[in-house]
Every structure is written in C-alpha cells, then in structure tokens.
Design a protein around this ligand. Structure first.
Ligand code: BTN
Length: 257
C-alpha cells in the first residue's frame, strides 16, 4: 500500500503533485487526465494508480505493471507558456528526471534511449508516454505518463527491450514513496529550465544517451531506416546521417546496428 504521508513529507515541490489523486484501480492514469469531463484542470496535478486496467504504452502497446509494486502515474501540464512550443523538451525533461532520481537515490548508472526510455544495464526500467489535447491549433493539456518498475521482480510476456526494476538491480525492495517524490521534485526543477534554458535539458539528456555516434536502425511501422545517430537537434528530433545526408526523424524505435 502506498503511504501517502511518507510521500508527502518527501515532496518538496510548489506545483507538481500538490494536487494528488490516488487511485487503487483505474483504466489509465493518462486517459483520466486527458478527459476534460473529469474537470481536473489544476496545473501539476498528479494521478497515481496502484493498478491500471488499460495501461497504455507508446505506439498503441499495452503497459503491464503488477498491482501495488511499481509506479504508474501521470502529470498534467496546462500552463500556456510551456505548452506553446516546448512539447519535445518537456518529453526530455521527464525521462531526464527519472534518470536523475535513480542516480541520486541509488547511484545506479542510467542510460536514456531516444525518444524517452530509461534503461539500467541495457534493460528498460521506465517508459514515458506523452499525450495531449488541443483546441484548434493550441495545445490545451499535456499529460506526461510515467511507468516505472520498482519492486516487480518477474516479467512475463514478450518485450522489445528486456525489462528490469530497481529491486532486480539493487537486490532489495525500495520505498516507492521516496522514488516518486524524488522524480517529482527533480521534474519541477527541470521544468523551470524548459522555458529559459532548454539547451541545458538537452545537454544533460544527451550525456546519458550512449547511442549518439553509433550505427543504428530506426523502425516506424513497416519502415526501417539505417544510418549513424548523428545528434539530437534543438527541438529534440533525431538526426540520422545516411548517404552523406542528415535526415530529421520524428518517431520510431531505435536499435543499435
Ligand atoms: C512506453 O514505454 O511505451 C511508455 C509507457 C508509459 C506507461 C505509463 S504508466 C502511467 C501512464 N498511464 C498510461 O496508460 N501509460 C503511462
């Protein structure tokens, strides 16, 4: 059972997570916050669920997470300034925050995989799904959904990247409340740099992305492209070097080789 009091003591934010919705069971924390009818309009609202019945992953995949063992939560951003054109940088700020939280609390080395997976020892420990709603051409609400494996030790099914958890890597159970508070504390700090210093977010992100400079393949649907992972541009798109030309990649699953 998630200890709300223990979590609250460790939360040092002003906005993120101050409106906190705890749920035993929900379809998807992302879907919940995307639904305008639920009238959750407070910037920084966090919805946390012990179990999701329809947890969503990127590219219409399903996100499975054992009940009560991990972190599955979503953060609502509806600050107009941030939503203007910083979608991609917020995406990087989110995965960077998860990575920094793991490093701060447990001194584990993390790796970031474009666009937003967090890996430890080459295995996936957290995934992030950004979804948004718009009115006309204006983004209204951005929902950042984070699924992080904490105390789950066994994973069943087939995965495109082998999963792991903090428990598997550390050989001991960890306090979910502490991890969630640390992620939100760091995320709020990172978010404050998104507007003024987006380059700092990208710089810290790229330090943890070990695929830059490597030969990669990128798969999007039926389509696979090959080349060198040249860089990430200022907007967060992947620059693929192939046949002497740079191509800007917006989506896809990246693999080495
Ligand atoms: C991925 O790596 O494919 C992204 C996984 C994102 C999962 C989280 S769990 C909380 C939030 N609610 C969802 O339905 N999905 C995200």
């Amino acid at each position: 059972m998630f200890d709300l009091e223990a979590f609250d003591i460790k939360l040092n934010t002003e906005i993120i997570g101050r409106n906190f919705i705890y749920s035993e069971e929900i379809d998807s924390t992302n879907s919940y916050l995307l639904d305008k009818a639920k009238k959750n309009n407070i910037n920084g609202t966090v919805v946390f669920a012990e179990k999701q019945n329809k947890g969503k992953g990127r590219k219409d995949r399903v996100w499975y997470s054992a009940k009560g063992q991990n972190l599955t939560f979503s953060i609502l951003i509806n600050d107009k300034v941030l939503l203007k054109d910083k979608y991609n940088i917020i995406n990087f700020a989110a995965s960077l925050s998860v990575s920094q939280a793991i490093e701060n609390l447990y001194q584990l080395k993390t790796e970031l995989k474009w666009p937003n997976d967090v890996l430890v020892e080459g295995k996936k420990i957290a995934g992030i799904l950004l979804e948004s709603t718009s009115q006309g051409n204006k983004m209204e609400r951005l929902v950042i959904g984070i699924g992080m494996n904490i105390n789950q030790a066994m994973f069943q099914g087939s995965f495109n990247i082998e999963p792991t958890s903090l428990k598997v890597e550390l050989n001991q159970s960890v306090e979910r409340e502490r991890v969630l508070a640390e992620i939100l504390n760091i995320f709020e700090e990172n978010l404050s740099h998104v507007e003024e210093h987006p380059a700092d977010i990208l710089k810290d992100w790229k330090v943890r992305c070990r695929m830059i400079g490597e030969k990669i393949s990128i798969t999007e649907g039926e389509n696979t492209r090959y080349g060198i992972f040249d860089d990430i541009d200022d907007n967060g798109f992947l620059l693929l070097k192939a046949k002497g030309r740079l191509e800007k990649i917006h989506f896809g699953d990246v693999s080495l080789g």
